[in-house]
Design a protein around this ligand. Structure first.
Ligand code: FAD
Length: 307
């Protein structure tokens, strides 16, 4: 959610080609990129996954790239996921690592059927490797389409994960409909109009808690994606109230964000899954992470002058 001018400025830079080229070509930005992105290749993503699993964490891997309007690029994305899944299987990491897929990266804007076919290929490969897929949720104009594709995928792969965003007004109803299944609940990362989304952060948090109650009270497997300390505490308390054991739900956080908290929760016995993005198209993702928190911008600027 864009709530201040700094966020707006950084998100504008995210779409600016000249700024992208300047950041990408500056060797000094490499460390900052590495904090949030696990490199550009399958090999580097698998290496980071191995390190996280060694620390007692689980992983969901995202091959960066969205809004594809070209079939060849959608195909390259599918191929990247297939290569990744093969490698995870070969090195024995598939039980601890699943993949997150954005339908827009596999052709949703071109044709919903193409996105379904491509996502099906990733789901089939994931099943063969002994793991699962979660469909990321993008802006509200794609929600119905993504839930339709999800329903189709679940006919063959019932464990396919859904993502619901607490900032959308519709989400409590979607939680009721999907409560018996694998659902990731997040606040939501896109700039949405007030007609469809809560704009007051407090209202988003309240809706997150309402949705968490529905998911914890249902028979499915909820995945709570948040770095918000208050929500982590409330989810922990509500899970005990609903009689859920620590294996019956999980926390999820982004790679590079609150890493100490990730390990603290895992040490307490919680399942903690880290969302690990990788790939050449890291720029837009990095800018969104910087926009989320002024401290990250300071970290970025410090790294530019510290070499
Ligand atoms: P916020 O209110 O943003 O932050 C709460 C607190 O967390 C902050 O005060 C700060 O202490 C800490 N924090 C938050 N962000 C950072 C940061 N970048 N660096 C350091 N500290 C930070 N969104 C979608 O729309 N669709 C998806 O499919 C999706 N999948 C996601 C998967 C995972 C595993 C995660 C963790 C997030 C995902 N998101 C997705 C993003 C999500 O919607 C939020 O935009 C993002 O997680 C920030 O919200 P928050 O709950 O952490 O709360």
């Amino acid at each position: 959610m864009i709530v201040n001018p700094l966020r707006s400025l950084i998100l504008a830079a995210a779409g600016n080609e000249a700024v992208r080229r300047a950041v990408a070509s500056a060797p000094v930005s490499r460390d900052v990129v590495r904090r949030f992105v696990a490199g550009e290749t399958v090999a580097s993503a698998v290496e980071v996954t191995g390190d996280l699993v060694e620390d007692g964490l689980r992983v969901t891997l995202d091959y960066l790239g969205e809004d594809t309007t070209d079939r060849a690029r959608a195909e390259r994305t599918v191929q990247a996921y297939l290569a990744l899944l093969d490698r995870l299987h070969d090195v024995g990491l598939a039980a601890d690592a699943e993949v997150s897929v954005k339908l827009s990266a596999v052709g949703q804007a071109l044709d919903e059927r193409l996105a379904l076919d491509n996502a099906s290929r990733v789901c089939a490969a994931a099943e063969q490797c002994g793991t699962t897929v979660t469909l990321d949720m993008e802006d509200h104009t794609t929600t119905d389409s993504t839930l339709r594709v999800l329903a189709e995928l679940r006919r063959a792969w019932p464990d396919t994960g859904a993502v619901l965003q607490a900032y959308l007004r519709r989400t409590l109803d979607d939680c009721v409909a999907l409560a018996g299944t694998r659902v990731r609940l997040c606040k939501g990362a896109y700039a949405e109009p007030a007609s469809v989304a809560f704009v007051d952060p407090h209202e988003v948090d309240l809706n997150y808690v309402r949705c968490a109650n529905v998911l914890l009270g249902g028979g499915g497997y909820p995945m709570f994606a948040t770095h918000d300390p208050r929500l982590v505490e409330i989810v922990g308390e509500r899970s005990r109230w609903y009689g859920r054991s620590v294996e019956d739900f999980e926390f999820q956080m982004l790679y590079g964000v609150r890493p100490t908290e990730q390990r603290r929760l895992a040490a307490e016995g919680h399942v903690v899954r880290v969302y690990v993005p990788f790939g050449e198209q890291w720029y837009g993702y990095l800018m969104r992470r910087l926009a989320e928190r002024p401290a990250n911008v300071a970290f970025f600027l410090r790294s530019l002058v510290s070499r």
